[in-house]
Design a protein around this ligand. Structure first.
Ligand SMILES: Nc1nc2c(c(=O)[nH]1)N[C@H]1C(S)=C(S)[C@@H](COP(=O)(O)OP(=O)(O)OC[C@H]3O[C@@H](n4cnc5c(=O)[nH]c(N)nc54)[C@H](O)[C@@H]3O)O[C@H]1N2
Ligand SMILES: Nc1nc2c(c(=O)[nH]1)N[C@H]1C(S)=C(S)[C@@H](COP(=O)(O)OP(=O)(O)OC[C@H]3O[C@@H](n4cnc5c(=O)[nH]c(N)nc54)[C@H](O)[C@@H]3O)O[C@H]1N2
Ligand code: SF4
Ligand SMILES: [Mo]
Length: 752
């Protein structure tokens, strides 16, 4: 029998590459890049093909696990649900709904079930104790975008394919494949900039692979990007070159405020702490003004730092004042195909964005995007009092490795009355759960990148059908989430996920037809329901049905008859390689959702942190600081059980400059003890001049040698957990994001 070819989008990272999967006798024989994918055109990284190994990994859970006498045993779904019902109901009955916390992990952003049903679980739990990987990642960018442009997904992305100068801070797309700027083959797109005679400047304390391939590498001191950006903006004003462009002139507030509030941050004032000289800062400021198509882009190294929100804000201010915001080849607003906050509602104006609608129980830290800082999860669990978290629901996350002060969180989770993890592995976090509910392998699920395409460099849409049909009795991930929601709501272990699905879609339809700006405003909800659910539309259910609605009311949507050629799930099924509606287009003012209908260049909510920025000018430039890094063959903490991805040279090493190594008496490969305010680990030294002196780098997502997990390969290549060192007290005050880069540490040579 010949091989069957299945086409699907890779769910592992933000690049969203098209995969061509050859299947023979219900087995994957090969995975390669889909040459016909409208966006990725055959590009794939080494992780993409390992969906086969992930699918076949014997350690990947196929059955629910329940902890009995301290060890996890496989049980039937019925037993697992009964256990969840007992555990959750008891905590809710005794301590109330506020005592149930939830943590949502990163893979949920790449997962259609999670994108559509995680919120159903949260609503059913009905507690404000919500945490997610967002606050160890991108929430600063969402907060700054929210205040500037009106929604937390109004994030400008660099128009890589048409820019001639890219200033990139704290990102290493050669390893990460890009983030909050969705496009496959970032490396190829960067090489394209240079091939057309453009320039790339990389700002990074490490000479990353991306820095190596750039025209210029600026080895900034960790945590000082906000000062660097402030000085660049200052220099643009000082040169009399600030010009937002005629296209923005009528749509912007706060230009003078920016000029005045940043007047003190001259290149000469910041150079000592930032570690980049004033002449270079002034030169780059002018280059950004002089180049017709230039873009500034910042990612992890500008977000997961003490001034994450300020740096994220200043990236867009710099784009604006150099005339590069919302222009081709600059930083542009994506136009996602599925309806999103930037396309829904009234065009050009909105309610705007707020934080602080709630405060954490223990220290009164303000909410952002409906959640609290992951760094503060532990204290909410361990501090007694009304509202203390006594149960946790963890959805596709591994916070014991991924969030600050891991040991503290590990202890806190261990002290809970009840914990449930929806996870494919028994790992460092799920080992602490009373019940683990495993979704099926990714190849059993449909897919659409509902979240990441909000940041797409082109308006593309790809829908993937499941590669394999789910065996009977095995629930899809959305069914697990729907049932968990039903149980949290008090409907019991016998509740039917289909009922939750029905209630959910009905309420989404009701809200949609009530929205007078929507293409289906005022339509009969039953008619819309039938159009989505009927046999003529493939009898869609679950996430596919919600997706179909979202696509059909989007800017390119079928509109329930309004635009018969438009996009829908059915239409995308006819186009397995995706549909491409083109490159980004200028979107101001239509994209804005601020109450003024203008871009707010100097929101009061962001200016409040400037005194702290000023104070940081006095920081000791000689302090030893720890930063992280990513590797192309890792994916945060959870792909280390795939042997082809971890074999070879050990990767969990401490990169250290030769001068520091000599001073400490450390040779290549010898163990170094790294100690921070909260913890201490030992890792082998990797001596390299590709790092700034007085900076060391350790990757995150390692430390797989804890007891009680079931990840044989990861255990063999354990490494150490860098988040034992990161400090839960170090939080960006504007967003609640954890500081994961620029951690003060001390080093000593350890004995082997
Ligand atoms: N020091 C330091 N720490 C960091 C970072 C850093 O740069 N430095 N980066 C941070 C960033 S950017 C992020 S996003 C976070 C990530 O933080 P987390 O999301 O908490 O961690 P992951 O390692 O992504 O863990 C994902 C979990 O989901 C499970 N999983 C995988 N696929 C699925 C699925 O389809 N369904 C379900 N239900 N589960 C699944 C995996 O087994 C794993 O347990 O880590 C952060 N931590
Ligand atoms: N292979 C692989 N791909 C991934 C992931 C993965 O774990 N592995 N994770 C995915 C996720 S969840 C995310 S969020 C994205 C992240 O994507 P990126 O933002 O590209 O993340 P990194 O590759 O960690 O690159 C961050 C860079 O910032 C530098 N840096 C550290 N501190 C500072 C600082 O203070 N200032 C400046 N300017 N630079 C600093 C680091 O040295 C590092 O080179 O990657 C995604 N893609
Ligand atoms: S770059 Fe990302 S999406 Fe593309 S194959 Fe690799 S892991 Fe998958
Ligand atoms: Mo992330």
């Amino acid at each position: 029998m010949g091989d069957r070819i299945a086409i699907r989008t890779c769910p592992l990272c933000e690049a969203g590459c098209g995969l061509e999967i050859s299947v023979r006798d219900n087995t994957v024989v090969r995975i390669r890049g889909d040459m016909n994918d409208v966006f990725s055109k055959g590009y794939i990284c080494p992780k993409g093909s390992t969906l086969k190994q992930l699918h076949e990994d014997p350690d990947r859970l196929r059955q629910p696990m329940v902890k009995r006498n301290g060890t996890h045993v496989a049980v039937s779904w019925e037993e697992a649900w009964a256990e969840v019902d007992r555990g959750l109901s008891a905590v809710i009955a005794t301590h109330g709904r506020e005592s149930v916390g939830a943590y949502l992990g990163n893979p949920g952003a790449h997962n259609l079930s999670a994108m559509t049903f995680n919120r159903v679980v949260l609503t059913a739990i009905g507690s404000r104790q919500r945490f997610s990987a967002s606050s160890v990642d991108q929430i600063p960018k969402q907060v700054s975008a929210g205040f500037m442009f009106g929604t937390p997904v109004s994030v400008p992305v660099p128009d890589l394919d048409r820019t001639d100068l890219l200033l990139m801070l704290g990102a290493n797309p050669y390893a990460s494949n890009g983030s909050l700027a969705t496009a496959p083959d970032w490396p190829g797109r960067l090489e394209g900039i240079r091939a057309r005679g453009g320039r790339i400047i990389v700002v990074d304390p490490r000479r990353s692979r991306t820095a190596e391939s750039a025209d210029e590498w600026l080895a900034i001191r960790p945590g000082t990007d906000a000062l660097f950006l402030a000085a660049l903006i200052n220099a643009v004003f000082a040169a009399g070159r600030a010009d937002v462009g005629a296209h923005l002139a009528d749509h912007i507030n706060g230009l003078d405020d920016v000029k005045h509030t940043l007047a003190e941050f001259t290149p000469e004032v910041v150079e000592r702490v930032v570690g980049i000289d004033a002449t270079t800062i002034r030169r780059i400021a002018l280059e950004l003004c002089d180049t017709a198509h230039a873009a500034v882009y910042g990612r992890i190294g500008t977000c997961t730092v003490s001034f994450g929100t300020t740096a994220s804000w200043l990236v867009d201010v710099l784009n604006a004042v150099t005339g590069n915001l919302d222009v081709v080849g600059g930083a542009m607003f994506p136009l996602p195909v599925a309806a999103s906050p930037t396309t829904r509602g009234k065009r050009g104006i909105g309610k705007g964005f707020k934080t602080g609608r709630g405060k954490t129980r223990v220290r009164g830290f303000p909410e952002a995007l409906g959640e609290y800082p992951a760094a503060l999860m532990a204290e909410e669990i361990t501090t007694p009092g009304s509202g203390q978290i006594r149960a946790m629901v963890v959805l596709g996350g591994n916070p014991v490795l991924s969030t600050p002060n891991s040991q503290q969180l590990d202890d806190a989770f261990a002290s809970l009355d009840f914990m449930v993890s929806v996870d494919i592995y028994l790992n460092e976090t799920s080992r602490l759960a009373n019940v683990i509910l495993p979704p099926p392998s990714h190849l059993y699920r449909s897919h659409y990148d509902l979240a990441l395409l909000n940041f797409g460099m082109r308006s593309v849409a790809n829908y993937s059908e499941p590669v394999f049909e789910l065996p009977p009795g095995v629930p899809d991930e959305w069914e697990i989430l729907a049932k968990l929601a039903a149980i949290a709501q008090g409907l019991g272990a016998g509740a039917d996920p289909a009922t939750v699905d029905e209630v959910t879609i009905r309420s989404i339809i009701e809200a949609t037809v009530r929205d007078e700006t929507c293409v289906i405003a005022g339509r009969n909800p039953d008619e819309i329901y039938d159009a989505l659910s009927g046999p003529a539309n493939g009898s869609l259910r679950g996430p596919d049905r919600i997706l179909d609605l979202t696509l059909r009311i989007g800017p390119f949507g079928e509109g329930f008859g309004a635009n018969p050629e438009g996009v829908s799930v059915a239409m995308l099924k006819r186009h397995p390689h995706g549909v491409d509606y083109g490159a980004m287009v200028p979107r101001v003012p239509e994209v804005l959702r601020t109450p003024t209908g203008k871009i707010e260049l100097a929101p009061a909510e962001l200016l409040v942190d400037l005194p702290r920025l000023r104070a940081s000018l006095n920081d000791d430039p000689d302090a030893m600081l720890l930063v992280g890094r990513r590797h192309l063959r890792s994916n945060n903490s959870w792909m280390h059980n795939i042997r082809v991805l971890v074999k070879g040279k050990p990767r969990c090493t401490l990169q250290i400059h030769p001068d520091d190594a000599v001073r400490l008496g450390v040779v290549d490969g010898s163990p170094v003890r790294i100690t921070s305010r909260v913890g201490s680990v030992v890792a082998p030294a990797e001596i390299t001049d590709g790092i700034r002196p007085r900076v060391v780098s350790l990757p995150h997502g390692w430390g797989h040698d804890v007891a009680g997990t079931r990840q044989g390969v990861a255990h063999e290549f354990a490494g150490v957990n860098s988040n034992v060192l990161t400090d839960h007290e170090a939080i960006d005050p504007l967003s609640g994001n954890a500081v994961l880069n620029g951690i003060p540490v001390s080093l000593v040579a350890a004995t082997a």
